[in-house]
Structure formats: C-alpha cells, structure tokens
Design a protein around this ligand. Structure first.
Ligand code: NAP
Length: 290
C-alpha cells in the first residue's frame, strides 16, 4: 500500500516509523524539513516537499499535527493535501482537534470522493514508541475496517466509537478524566511532602492500591525529582481543555473540576512552563500564585 504521513512530531515520528516497518511504501512530509530528512535517515522510504505531493500517490494519508487551524492548514492551505488526494483514498487524522473541524473537513473530503477517520490517540510518546496507543475512531464502519490493520501497527486498543467526530468526543472524555486525576496526584504528593512523610515510600505503597493510575505509576517518580522536560506539554493540554469546555458549553455537561484545572494550567504557563509535562501542576502547589 502507498501511505503518506504528515507531521513528524513527538507522536507522528514513531507512529510513521511503525508503518515503515510493515512493507508499505511510506512518504513523509514535515513542515520543518530537517525532521523529515532525519526520519528518512532512520527509516528509509521517501520524503515529499509539500502535503499535496505526499498525498498524490497515497491510498491512505495520516495526519498528526497540532490544533484545528494546523489541520486546516495542512489540508486546505497552499499545496495542501486536498489538492493531491486521489478519489478513493482515506485520510486518517490522529491530531487532537474539535469534533466540529473533523465533521467540517470530512464533508469537504467527501466531495472529492475521499473518506475520513478522526482517530485521536492516548498513551503519549512512550505509547507511540512502543506501539501501544489507545486509538478512538469516528468513521463509517467499512472505512474503519480498511484502516484498522494499519492502526494496529502502533495501537493496542483500537475502537470505532461511531460517526465522524465521535473519536474526538471520546478523546475529550480522556482529557477530562486526565485533568482531574493529575491535579489529585499533585495534591497527594504535595500533602505527603508537607506532612513529613517519606513521599517516595508513600507513593510507592499508594500506587499499589485502589488510588493507583497510569499517571501515578508513571509520573510520581519524575514529579518527586522535579523533572518536567518530557511527556505531554501544558500548552497542548490547554488546547485540549479549551476543546472540552467548548463542547460542554454546547452539550450542557458540567465540568467544574476541568474548568479549575484549566486555570491551574494557565498559572503554569505564566510560570514559563508551557512546554513542561502536564504533571507540573505540582510546581504550582509548591509555588502558589500570590
Ligand atoms: P509536536 O511534537 O509539537 O508536533 C506537531 C507536529 O505537527 C510537527 O510535525 C509540526 O511540524 C506539525 N505542525 C503543527 N502545525 C503545523 C502547521 N500549521 N502546518 C504544518 N505542520 C504543522 O506535537 P505532538 O506531541 O506530536 O502532538 C501532535 C498531536 O497529537 C496534537 O494534536 C496533540 O494534542 C496530540 N497528542 C499528543 C500526545 C503527546 O503525548 N505528545 C498524546 C496524545 C495526543 P514542525 O516540526 O514543523 O513544527
């Protein structure tokens, strides 16, 4: 199969790498060309100079970029994918964006005879590298069936949630749960430190009990070391929480904790931590705003 992959960032780079090992022909595009050149050095295959050129021969095109506008830019901009995609191709989008933009772009693509799958992921850089992502999809069943074997090269759990947009709605559920959970973890660690406990010992025992979570197991050791230059950036989380809050304003869901944690992340950005991992909520508790 001819595959194109657009966006070789923290997530896209290893995901495209998994596809490259499966005997398909992979063409990559990245806005910063040096990353695409490095990817080709690491994985072989070929690079394209524009999204349009990458899409021209492709049966399936993957995107993993930033926000709604970034996705619109790679699709609809000058030399965008839409000018190269051939009839019968499928576009699979792994970016975390709004359900609304997914539906909007799917309608435009359908006019060209191109199918669309919104397929946001969870599992972070580690999940992408190990091929253990959780992938939540919105698509027509036959289109999903067509792309599922490719998603399996880097996904451990791949679920069709329903119509286009429902993958993104599911990712919102993920981010809502994530926001409250990581604040609770930061509060627990801060409390342990203030109470004079051996925080490492406390978190070790707690992480083997009912309050355990992926975040607790994977993040408490780095939080205790004040290490935040890794993982999922606060700037990205604020983008995701804005999407969740906008969707909740439409569907009437109450998100009181999510709203609060969103403000806490704004405090982290004000501390200069926009690129820090989301577990940096602990820094805010240790340096409370005036
Ligand atoms: P990243 O490392 O910042 O990479 C973003 C990629 O998108 C880069 O290749 C960037 O190109 C490209 N890009 C952004 N805006 C663009 C534009 N306007 N035109 C062309 N290319 C553009 O981000 P990431 O961590 O891989 O995340 C990608 C997506 O996955 C985001 O939607 C994020 O929310 C989601 N996600 C991330 C994680 C995580 O743990 N990192 C987990 C789950 C989901 P350049 O190299 O030129 O900047």
């Amino acid at each position: 199969m001819n595959i194109a992959f657009i966006g070789l960032g923290t997530m896209g780079y290893p995901m495209a790498g998994h596809l490259a090992q499966q005997g398909h022909t992979v063409t990559v595009y990245n806005r910063t060309m040096s990353k695409a050149e490095q990817w080709v050095k690491d994985n072989g295959h070929q690079l394209a100079s524009t999204p349009q050129a990458a899409a021209e021969q492709a049966d399936i095109v993957f995107t993993c970029v930033g926000n709604d506008n970034d996705l619109r830019a790679v699709l609809l901009g000058e030399n965008g994918l839409i000018h190269g995609l051939k009839k019968g191709a499928v576009l699979v989008d792994h970016s975390t964006v709004s359900a609304e933009v997914s539906r909007e772009l799917a309608i435009l693509l359908a006019k060209k005879g191109v199918d669309f799958v919104d397929a946001p992921v969870s599992g972070g850089q580690q999940g992408a590298q190990k091929g253990q992502l959780s992938i939540m999809c919105g698509a027509d069943t036959t289109v999903f069936t067509r792309v599922e074997p490719l998603l399996a090269t880097y996904g451990k759990t791949i679920t069709l949630m329903g119509d286009i947009g429902s993958g993104q709605l599911t990712k919102m559920v993920n981010q809502i749960c994530f926001a409250g959970l990581i604040q609770a973890l930061a509060e627990g660690i801060n409390f342990a430190q203030k109470s004079g406990l051996n925080a490492e010992k406390a978190l070790n025992v707690v992480s083997h009990g009912a309050a355990s979570s992926w975040q607790m197991v994977n993040r408490y050791p780095t939080m205790l070391q004040n290490e935040y230059n890794h993982g999922f950036a606060v700037d990205w989380m604020r983008k995701d929480l804005a999407i969740c809050l906008a969707e909740a304003a439409k569907n009437g869901a109450q998100l009181p904790v999510t709203e609060l944690v969103n403000q806490f992340y704004a405090d982290i950005q004000a501390l200069g931590g926009g690129r820090w991992d989301t577990s940096s909520l602990l820094v805010r508790l240790q340096n409370p705003p005036e």
